[in-house]
Design a binder for this molecule. Structure first.
Ligand code: PLP
Length: 385
């Protein structure tokens, strides 16, 4: 047998939950899975209709960069949601965004080989770090401040000089934190001053609320102009289309064109009916308003209900995640997760997103209202005993 000396893959983050999942499965009343951000509410009618109507268009190969219709709908949505104008030819389709997040550092390093470092938030979606490692690049976490926002002043200038790209995720998974438009502008100018590309993952931009729970305007890195900025957007969360795999990237026209060509060579394509469905989804805001209300309702219910388990949310006000820690003591996230699993609630221990999250758990509000009420009732019952 040949010995393996190459890259050893770490365990997939959520696969580490096997034992805690088994506890939750044994709970009376069964498992309620709040550990992953996979939407469970229905796909909008407009999407289903467009998908069915466009099914015959799958006979031929779709354009890798995406149809003009899809790219125009994306640009029009950006204009409505963020009040930023981006031409359709500075928009490119991707097959959901996880593949883009995982492959972007490699793609950018082919273009800019003299830079070898990827900066990413120290507590964040694990694929930012993974994309750097898959590209053979240095993955350097950016420290967060006490509100879970990037603290760029603490980045070593030597790392900044070597940085190819800085990942930003606003509002962010797993902490739910969003920054102000001014803060985002500062992040972009920090990066530009150092020749670093900003990859701004804005996939939760439809689920933004203020501290009173009222819908709030989202921020985008594109507000600082498209130069050296790539905004990454997904239909998965916005329109409950995770299984269809549709996303797009918008921003710097030269970078988008380069990535588009590279992806054409690689054979990456979003199926034409999926593009049609995604365009129809982007043209419609009514289903997003409904979804936003669902998550807002569950957020209030879950924050109150989890308080009965001695947990308090100390993340931000946006996304569909709660970021919780024990009110008393420094209980470890795995211990909290086991405790909740005893009542059937499966959550993600915070260290899956970075060491600094070790005392937290992330609860995803992608569970039905019924299931949420049921499991919170069980936790309240357990607390009363
Ligand atoms: C921050 C963030 N970015 C990207 C994604 C990937 O989403 P998709 O590949 O479905 O577009 C997720 C999914 O959970 C996410 O949380």
């Amino acid at each position: 047998m040949t010995s393996v000396t190459g890259f050893t893959l770490p365990p997939y983050p959520h696969d580490r939950l096997v034992e805690v999942r088994a506890i939750a499965e044994r709970a009376e009343g069964g498992l309620v899975d709040a550990s992953v951000g996979t939407p469970i509410d229905p796909m909008p009618e407009v999407v289903l209709r467009a998908l069915a109507e466009a099914a015959p268009s799958a006979a031929g190969y779709p354009a890798s960069i995406g149809s003009l219709r899809y790219r125009e709908s994306a640009a029009a949505w950006i204009a409505r949601r963020f009040e930023v104008d981006i031409p359709a030819d500075a928009v490119m389709a991707c097959v959901g965004t996880k593949e883009l997040v995982a492959s972007l550092p490699r793609a950018l390093s082919l273009r800019i080989p003299e830079r070898d470092t990827v900066l990413y938030p120290a507590i964040s979606y694990p694929t930012y770090e993974m994309g750097a490692r898959l590209a053979g690049l240095r993955a350097v976490p950016v420290p967060l401040d006490d509100r879970w926002s990037l603290d760029l002043a603490r980045v070593d200038e030597a790392d900044a000089d070597r940085a190819l790209v800085l990942w930003v995720n606003d509002p962010g998974n797993p902490t739910g934190t969003g920054c102000s438009a001014e803060d985002m502008a500062e992040v972009v100018s920090w990066a530009r001053a150092r020749g670093v590309i900003v990859a701004s993952d804005e996939c939760y931009a439809e689920f933004t609320w203020d501290e009173y729970g009222a819908p709030a305007a989202p921020v985008t890195a594109l507000a600082s102009g498209p130069r050296d900025v790539l905004a990454v957007h997904s239909l998965s969360k916005r329109s409950n289309m995770a299984g269809l795999r549709a996303g797009f990237v918008a921003g710097d026209a030269d970078l988008v064109a380069y990535l588009g060509e590279l992806r054409k060579h690689s054979g990456l394509m979003v199926p034409a009916p999926v593009q049609a469905a995604a365009a129809a989804a982007l043209d419609d805001d009514a289903h997003v308003d409904e979804q936003r209300e669902r998550y807002a309702r569950r957020r209030v219910l879950a924050v109150e209900g989890l308080a009965a388990a001695g947990l308090h949310h100390n993340g931000g006000t946006s996304t569909f995640y709660l970021w919780l820690r024990a009110v008393e003591g420094g209980e470890d996230g795995w211990s909290i997760a086991r405790r909740l699993a005893d009542a059937g609630l499966l959550v993600a221990p915070g260290d899956l997103y970075g060491e600094g999250g070790a005392k937290h758990v992330r609860v995803s509000l992608t569970v039905t209202d019924d299931a949420l009420e049921r499991v919170l009732g069980r936790l309240a019952g357990a607390a009363a005993h």
